[in-house]
Ligand binder design. Structure first.
Ligand SMILES: O=C(O)CCC(=O)C(=O)O
Ligand SMILES: [Fe+2]
Length: 261
């Protein structure tokens, strides 16, 4: 049921050793029949795979399905707020997100009993690929976000709360006005071997929605200086605007391919 998590930092061009993390993953489309999944865009797309559920513990599958439904509804509410915040109206994203290919993941950061390799983290620096991420984290600590001043800030555990990350799609749609949060999970201090668990829900648009920048009231483009890239990321921003013909589906598939290469 678990496998190597690959290296998420490869998604922004960093060549790092594998993340010290195991993953369980399920997609909102993964329980549809073959035809339902195929309609979501091509046989090889990652979100057209069948969900594989463990039989043990009993009740695992219905709990996760209910959680995915609740997270999808919360994410849709947030997208309506995003539309209002951008001056586009609450329904602006509706037809771009009415057949979402969202994914839920459980990240199990196992106890570290041997020293990490140079450059190896629980999860390397990356941005999330969707519209937004609703992240549940436990109190073990280690999640950090990149700050405009070039440093990293700890994201504290706040009981009963979620962490919301802006993803690549919001950065594309807003022409960089909203920044796709660069983040990572650092290793526990030497000798502290405790595990960590986090559960991000990656809210994705329709696989074939347009990701071209939309004209924003007040003008598009960055309103704040870009976050400095993590060295040795190639020059430019961590998330470069996609070329012609990019779709969320292709962006997601290409990032996945880089991460698990
Ligand atoms: O474990 C965390 O707190 C963050 C996980 C994460 O960034 C991810 O899975 O994309
Ligand atoms: Fe992430």
């Amino acid at each position: 049921m678990s496998y190597s998590a690959g290296s998420v930092a490869k998604g922004i061009g960093l060549d790092t050793p594998p993340d010290l993390c195991e993953i369980f993953s399920a997609n909102v489309l993964g329980d549809l029949d073959t035809e339902g999944r195929r309609r979501a865009g091509g046989d090889s797309a990652p979100w057209t795979r069948v969900n594989v559920w463990p039989g043990d513990p009993a009740g695992f599958r219905p709990v996760w399905l209910a959680y995915m439904r609740a997270m999808e509804a919360l994410s849709q509410d947030l997208m309506r707020l995003f539309g209002l915040a951008l001056g586009l109206g609450e329904d602006f994203f509706a037809d771009r997100t009415d057949a979402p290919v969202s994914t839920v993941v459980a990240n199990y950061y196992y106890p570290q009993t041997v020293p990490p390799l140079p450059g190896q983290l629980r999860k390397g620096a990356h941005t999330d690929w969707g519209n937004l991420t609703v992240l549940h984290q436990d109190d073990a600590g280690g999640l950090q976000v990149r700050h405009r001043d070039g440093g990293w800030r700890d994201v504290p555990f706040v009981p009963g709360s979620f962490v919301i990350n802006i993803g690549d799609m919001m950065a594309f749609w807003t022409g960089g006005r909203w920044v796709s949060t660069l983040h990572r999970v650092v290793n526990p201090v030497a000798g502290r071997t405790g595990a960590r668990l986090s559960i991000p829900f990656f809210h994705l648009p329709n696989h074939d929605a347009s990701v071209d920048p939309v004209p924003l009231p007040g003008g598009s483009g960055p309103s704040v200086p870009p976050v400095p890239p993590v060295q040795p990321v190639p020059a430019g921003e961590p998330v470069a605007p996609p070329g012609e013909g990019m779709t969320p589906g292709r962006w997601y598939a290409e990032k996945m391919a880089a991460i698990y290469a």
